[in-house]
Ligand binder design. Structure first.
Ligand code: ZN
Length: 412
């Protein structure tokens, strides 16, 4: 007989605890109970399997006498079932049924959350638990303190070990003054009851919790950390995780992605990470070299005079958009016009001038691009756009130069 059972049998439990059938029989799906209070759209029962929510775990769903239970909540030490449309009266005997599949998912998730925090704390003793949220769609905890993926993956590995070890999960009810509480995870300020439920997972974790848990870690089946996001206030982290079937599915998807990566990189299974790291370094080096090349190419443009205005005209096989914009913006600080093209098949074109030159760059740009079925946009003194195919960048630059020549000579 577990300790809480012995306490219950000895009659020490207060009224509310007798009604908490979900704690006494966490695996029961159906129950009978007597209505002790009945309001317009709510009832209170002498015992219930409907968990009213708490400890981050959502309240149960299901039906009473076939009527859908909309909400369950603890109010003034009573468990109130919102059952709109009921015709029940005090003294009526009812049959209730909880949505078991959902509840069992929440029990697995809740047990997984205990293991997750306990394991994370082993890798960072400073970690504090801020919030727990266990619902069907999303399971997460918010912690204060440093967390990274390296640490999270180590925790995940440890938890999978605990699941494989099939650790027993036990419950004890102790008084608020029990010295045992000094050795476990507890937020005393959040507890108003005199009796406190202590949940132990093998000898790896013990914490105070009002939620409902599975009786063995193997029932959690699998646990995967799916996301780590920074949370508010700064320094907090939201750690999202999955348990049960959802976790297995996620693991299978990740494994498929990994195998695609093996094929794509041509690396051995054990070398994928170092291969990708090397590719990343090569890419960075290539980007830096290209940037240097583009920079010197732009700097090598010699100005020519068109209608008395200096013009910087050039066409390049490859040019970074931002570098091109930076170059042009810098150039037009002095009186000049710029016509810069880039790309071969698909090309882009930028036309810009200093504010003291009265031409419409956007108009010239669209005149050029229209011939190749392309489009562009911008303002009278800065416009850019592109076309796929057509004559290519160097021809487009030539055409733009001719049109510009026409406008500038006309203005003279
Ligand atoms: Zn719990």
């Amino acid at each position: 007989m577990s300790l809480w059972r012995s306490i219950y049998a000895s009659g020490k439990l207060r009224g509310l605890m007798k009604t908490e059938l979900y704690h006494r029989e966490p695996y029961a799906v159906e129950f009978s109970a007597k209505v002790t209070e009945a309001g317009d759209d709510w009832i209170v029962l002498d015992q219930t399997l409907f968990y009213p929510g708490g400890g981050g775990q959502e309240h149960d769903k299901g039906s009473i006498n076939g009527i859908k239970v909309k909400e369950v909540l603890k109010e003034n030490s009573r468990i109130v079932h919102k059952v709109p449309g009921h015709m029940l009266r005090e003294g009526d005997v009812v049959k209730g049924e909880i949505s078991w599949k959902r509840r069992y998912e929440l029990m697995k998730g809740h047990t997984g959350e205990h293991m997750l925090f306990s394991s994370l704390k082993r890798f960072n003793e400073e970690l504090e638990l801020v919030k727990i949220s266990i619902s069907e769609d999303k399971k997460y905890l918010i912690v204060k303190g440093d967390v990274d993926w390296d640490m999270a993956l180590k925790a995940q590995e440890q938890i999978l070990g605990w699941i494989a070890d099939d650790l027993e999960i036990t419950e004890q009810i102790v008084s608020k003054e029990d010295p045992l509480l000094d050795e476990i995870r507890i937020k005393r300020e959040r507890i108003s009851d005199n009796e406190i439920r202590v949940i132990k997972i093998g000898d790896v974790d013990a914490s105070a919790c009002s939620g409902i848990h599975v009786k063995s870690t193997s029932e959690v089946e699998f646990l995967i950390i799916s996301r780590i996001n920074s949370a508010r206030p700064e320094g907090d982290w939201e750690i999202e995780f999955m348990t049960g079937n959802a976790a297995k599915k996620e693991a299978a998807e990740r494994s498929a992605q990994f195998m695609k990566l093996v094929l794509l990189t041509g690396a051995q299974k054990g070398n994928v990470v170092s291969t990708v790291e090397n590719l990343k370094i090569s890419k960075e080096q290539a980007d830096a070299a290209l940037k240097q090349y583009m920079d010197s190419s732009l700097k090598s443009i010699q100005s020519v005079e068109i209608g008395g205005v200096p013009a910087y005209i050039g066409s390049f096989p490859e040019l970074d958009k931002k570098m091109c914009a930076d170059y042009v913006n810098e150039a037009v600080k002095e009186k000049c016009v710029c016509i810069i093209g880039s790309g071969s098949g698909r090309y882009s074109l930028t036309i810009a001038c200093s504010p003291d030159i009265q031409i419409d760059c956007a108009k010239i740009l669209n005149e050029v691009l229209a011939e190749d079925g392309g489009r562009g946009g911008g303002k009278p003194n800065f416009a850019s756009g592109g076309a796929s195919g057509g004559c290519g960048a160097s021809k487009a630059v030539e055409r733009a130069t001719k049109i510009l020549q026409m406008y500038l000579t006309k203005n003279e």
